[in-house]
Ligand binder design. Structure first.
Ligand code: CA2
Length: 151
């Protein structure tokens, strides 16, 4: 089995820590990559963190994870609320999937309350800031540890 956990980020998440700190905090995706890597490395896993503003990239990366990914942490950003295509791609991924939102989407506009990705995610974390990514990686590691070997 692969030892890579994909941490995928959707549109505008490259602005994390650079814009709207009152809503999304001051930590960047580089900081997220560092903290998730420390957690994963301790258990012999590595983090592959990526961000794209393109729905197609995110779908291609989810397909790639079918071969190379032990689990997926995903913040699909605004695509959470619109993308059946990303949900479908995740449905074809067999490992654990945790959805993360930095802000509490349930405390915000009504259109953010619904997420297609939640229909596939094994768990959803929202409103815990960038710590949500760390918790998601911890949970993926726990799920993988408890997974019974096939056969
Ligand atoms: O809270 C989250 O993590 C979101 O997924 C962020 C998305 C938003 O569309 C979701 O409803 C909730 C993207 C927000 C805009 O992008 C920025 C990200 C960081 C800093 C500034 C803007």
């Amino acid at each position: 089995m692969t030892n890579t956990i994909y941490v995928l980020n959707g549109p505008n998440m490259n602005l994390l820590g650079k814009r709207q700190p009152e809503l999304y905090g001051s930590k960047t995706l580089k900081d997220v990559e560092k903290s998730c890597s420390v957690i994963a490395l301790e258990k012999g896993f590595k983090i592959d963190l990526r961000q794209s503003n393109s729905e197609a990239d995110l779908i291609d990366w989810i397909h790639e994870a079918r071969e190379d990914g032990a689990g997926i942490v995903i913040n699909p950003a605004a695509y959470s609320h619109t993308s059946i295509a990303i949900m479908d791609a995740l449905m074809a991924f067999e490992g654990p999937v945790i959805e993360v939102h930095v802000s509490n989407i349930h405390k915000r506009e009504k259109f953010r309350h619904q997420s297609y990705v939640s229909l596939r995610a094994d768990g959803v974390i929202a409103g815990l800031g960038v710590s949500g990514y760390d918790f998601a990686v911890m949970k993926i590691l726990e799920i993988l540890k408890n997974k019974k070997p096939a056969g």
